[in-house]
Design a protein around this ligand. Structure first.
Ligand code: TZP
Ligand code: MG
Length: 223
């Protein structure tokens, strides 16, 4: 399955402003041009996670956008999601691959070139590289990369078909700098940007998504 990684929305239900429902927020983001959705639920129990995943799947189908589930292979299977996103300490990619349908998308979070190299040999479809900038959405312990280190890490993807998104503190105000900054050191460019708060914490997720999408489209058109 070919995925357009341009604007990869990672959900964050706790960040949605009062008065906006999860479904409204998601639908606005999809209308604004989000191209992939990852359901990330760090505190929900299994029943709640499943419910959110089902609601998300409905909207993803409506907008023909692939659905990725964070961490939980069982939930991905239950809702027939398009894939899973794993962390460095989650189920190993090779094990996940055995459990999931043959065409499942598997992505993994990476912070270093070595982690990216490992992800490539384990058969990842894409890597989420970060945190690029400071974020308060997730407690991060790994070093902030900035565009330059991000570019150095992208070198590990040269001559592979593995796609990449950057994550962590990405906003419409720094998107262009991250996209263009990261190609200074490598011939490889990002395939997209992964964003939580700049979209979901916005009172206008459609506009927020559109701004980010425009930045990625501009970058891709100029390559
Ligand atoms: N992984 C690394 S940083 C991060 C995740 C899930 C959070 C990104 O959130 P935001 O709000 O886009 O900075
Ligand atoms: Mg995880």
């Amino acid at each position: 399955m070919e995925i357009d990684y341009s604007l990869y929305l990672v959900t964050g239900r706790n960040l949605i402003p009062d008065g906006i429902t999860y479904e409204d927020s998601l639908e606005q983001a999809l209308k604004g041009g989000v191209t992939v959705v990852q359901v990330r639920e760090k505190t929900a129990d299994t029943g709640e996670f499943l419910e959110v995943a089902r609601a998300t799947k409905k909207l993803c189908e409506k907008y023909k956008v692939p659905l990725i589930i964070n961490d939980r292979i069982d939930i991905a299977l239950a809702v027939e999601a398009d894939g899973v996103h794993l962390g460095q300490t989650d189920m190993p990619i090779k094990v996940a691959r055995k459990l999931l349908p043959a065409n499942a998308i598997i992505g993994i979070s990476c912070n270093t070139g070595e982690e990216v190299e490992k992800a490539v040999s384990a058969g990842a479809d894409y890597v989420g590289i970060g945190p690029v900038c400071a974020t308060s959405t997730k407690q991060v312990t790994s070093p902030l990369l900035g565009p330059r280190n991000l570019g150095d890490i992208l070198v590990a993807l040269e001559n592979t078909n593995v796609k990449s998104v950057a994550i962590g503190g990405i906003k419409s105000t720094n998107a262009t700098r991250i996209l263009f900054g990261s190609i200074m050191t490598s011939g490889k460019s990002l395939d997209g940007l992964a964003v939580v708060s700049d979209i979901v914490a916005s009172p206008e997720p459609l506009i927020a998504a559109k701004r980010l999408k425009d930045a990625v489209s501009y970058f891709k058109a100029s390559r």
